[in-house]
Ligand binder design. Structure first.
Ligand code: C2E
Ligand code: MG
Ligand code: MG
Length: 589
């Protein structure tokens, strides 16, 4: 084959021979296939390497440009011919194109085609160049692309890929007549617990199995991606009805019902799902944020819940964010105040205040906000630790002052959140506060809830023992509202049971509740624990409790929680109205 290497030069024959010899050596050594196309005669000549690359023989070799193009997939034929024309017409300085070509066996290879047109000594146009097999590079690029767009654990598309998919879906949505699309944000409930207790390897296997289960609930054309951690995002496209999204979400939750088995562990898994429709005018970030907001709402409902996005949700979350920010500054701005509610020991001859419970209030301007509205937020943000520390110190200071001014035995009850008890050195911090304020340890009662004990960590038990050893007492608050397990009562150092108000308020009229209240009071007595009845508002409740032998009462019947200033005269008054005019002191002292 005589290919002309340097068609530009019209050098001497000798020089040409020399150049041809060099060229032949280069052709043999090169891995590229070479080709030359006589433009005006549409005659294609190719090098042996070109032939070998595609496994062709003389019989199957293309001899025209269109025969060459015919070996390419249809869409790429157009691109190839267009690139050739663009170069011949001078619109492109070189022919340079990556495309696919079919070999003898029908297998597609990726090739790079390069070429340059010139004129031979007769003035005829020759387009000549090389064809390089770039399949390996393309494969590597593909793998790299896949790796950057997929999660290595589950093999699912990752967050980046989901952004791309969402973008495409949004473009489709913006067109008239588009069918419905939606985003589901899925988060496993309490997955951290699995990871923390059984290790990451088990956690990983759970995620893989969960991914498969979710995938089974989807149709071809829907996309599932792992968004990170235990979060998955589903893009539902091309739905006939907007409500179909909810149905799919329900199917997914249903699919989680059966336990996942990993390394012999049967694990109950559940997921919360936020659903947001995809609107053409959103950005992909809007769509995800809306689904995430809905998920946030679903989580607030509890485990295994589903919530749909709507505009009021956005408003609500905005409100909540404002509240969170304001709450973050509340301590620094001195907006917290402690109210106190007396705990009264009732006896036939006289009633005595034995202690007060400190209850936190937040002043936002003139408006007073109750703890049920903001304590959960403080717990979530972690600020409860700082605020709780302030409460402890403030309450101890106040009660110590009352003790020094006519109420020597008065007790101080302070509510604790689990985050506080989990703090390292919490017991020493309590001792420090007691020392600083001068309140005797036996005057302090720390109120904890059953939910705190349910977390059941060895650290909690150790801290409680340490507190007990200093003389501080511990009360189990809201008894009867949680999963009251009698096991707690002997496992933990508890000294007082507080029967919850919701529990006892109906007791006088309800035989079953009456029986339970009676049993709890008996239980407390049997375990030498004090039993305080909370939320007592009526004389009927008072009569019932006195009949059952429960004499420690807290409730509106005696007093609502009040500011320290308002409560003080009341305290002194109640303390001094007894027949003996004695000073309040606790039976439990
Ligand atoms: P809790 O510790 O069970 O406190 C008793 C709650 O019952 C108080 O609500 C009190 O105002 C209310 N209460 C008392 N007597 C009656 C009554 O006769 N009828 C009715 N209907 N309610 C009565 P409050 O002050 O809104 O506190 C709610 C909860 O917030 C408390 O329940 C406690 O769990 C938590 N809390 C309050 N202050 C703090 C605090 O400083 N730290 C922590 N971690 N939690 C606190
Ligand atoms: Mg309490
Ligand atoms: Mg309570």
């Amino acid at each position: 084959m005589s290919l002309v290497l340097d068609t530009y030069s019209a050098a001497s024959r000798l020089a040409l021979q020399d150049s041809e010899a060099r060229y032949q050596r280069a052709v043999q050594g090169a891995n590229d296939g070479l080709w030359e196309w006589h433009v005006d005669e549409d005659r294609l000549t190719v090098s042996p390497r070109w032939k070998d690359m595609l496994g062709l023989d003389d019989a199957t070799l293309p001899h025209t440009l269109s025969a060459w193009a015919a070996r390419m997939p249809e869409a790429q034929q157009q691109a190839f011919l267009a690139a050739v024309t663009a170069h011949l017409e001078g619109r492109q300085a070189f022919l340079h194109l990556e495309c696919q070509i079919r070999d003898r066996w029908g297998q597609l290879l990726w090739i790079l085609v390069r070429g340059l047109v010139s004129r031979d000594q007769h003035g005829e146009r020759l387009l000549a160049g090389s064809q390089t097999d770039i399949s390996q590079r393309k494969q590597a690029e593909h793998e790299l692309m896949h790796a950057t767009m997929h999660d290595p654990l589950t093999g699912l598309p990752n967050r980046e890929r989901m952004n791309e998919l969402l973008l495409q879906a949004l473009q489709r949505q913006a067109k008239p007549g588009a069918r419905h699309a939606a985003v589901l944000f899925i988060d496993l409930d309490r997955f951290k617990l699995i990871n923390d207790s059984l290790g990451h390897q088990v956690g990983d296997q759970v995620l893989v199995q969960v991914a498969t289960r979710i995938e089974r609930c989807l149709r071809p054309g829907d996309h599932l991606c792992r968004f990170g951690g235990d979060e998955f995002v589903v893009l539902l496209d091309d739905m006939a009805h907007a409500e179909d999204a909810e149905r799919v979400a329900q199917r997914i939750m249903h699919g989680m019902q059966y336990p996942v088995v990993v390394r012999g562990n049967r694990l109950n898994i559940s997921a919360s799902i936020g659903v947001a429709p995809l609107n053409g005018h959103d950005t992909e970030q809007d769509a995800l944020r809306e689904a995430d907001l809905a998920l946030y709402r679903a989580k607030a409902y509890g485990k295994s819940q589903l919530a749909l996005f709507n505009a009021s949700l956005q408003q609500e979350v905005h409100q909540r964010l404002k509240l969170e920010t304001a709450l973050g500054d509340a301590l620094g701005k001195g907006e917290f105040e402690l109210f106190y509610q007396p705990i009264v020991e009732v006896a036939a001859d006289r009633s005595r205040v034995i202690g007060v419970e400190a209850l936190l209030r937040w002043w936002q301007g003139e408006q007073m906000i109750g703890p049920d509205e903001f304590i959960p937020i403080l717990e979530e943000t972690g600020d409860i630790v700082k605020v709780g520390d302030w409460v402890l110190k403030q309450a101890c200071t106040q009660v110590r002052e009352w003790q020094e001014h006519g109420l020597p035995g008065l007790r101080c009850s302070v509510n604790l959140s689990s985050r506080q008890l989990l703090e390292k050195n919490f017991a020493s911090r309590v001792a420090e506060v007691l020392a600083e304020t001068g309140l005797p340890p036996k005057s302090l009662v720390l109120e904890i809830t059953e939910s705190l004990l349910m977390q059941d960590g060895p650290e909690t038990l150790a801290t409680m023992r340490e507190l007990e050893s200093t003389g501080v007492r511990i009360a189990l608050d809201d008894f009867g509202t949680g999963f009251s397990s009698l096991g707690y009562l002997h496992r933990y150092p508890l000294h007082i049971i507080k029967i919850d108000k919701s529990f006892i308020s109906k007791a006088p009229d309800d035989e079953r509740l009456k029986a339970i209240s009676r049993a709890v009071i008996g239980l407390g007595k049997g375990l030498s624990m004090d039993v305080i009845a909370e939320g007592i508002e009526t004389s009927a409740q008072m009569d019932f409790l006195s009949g059952e032998g429960c004499h420690l009462i807290q409730g509106y019947w005696f007093s609502r929680p009040q500011s320290a200033a308002d409560l003080k005269p009341w305290l002194l008054n109640l303390t001094q109205t007894g027949p003996q005019g004695g000073v309040a002191h606790s039976l439990i002292n």
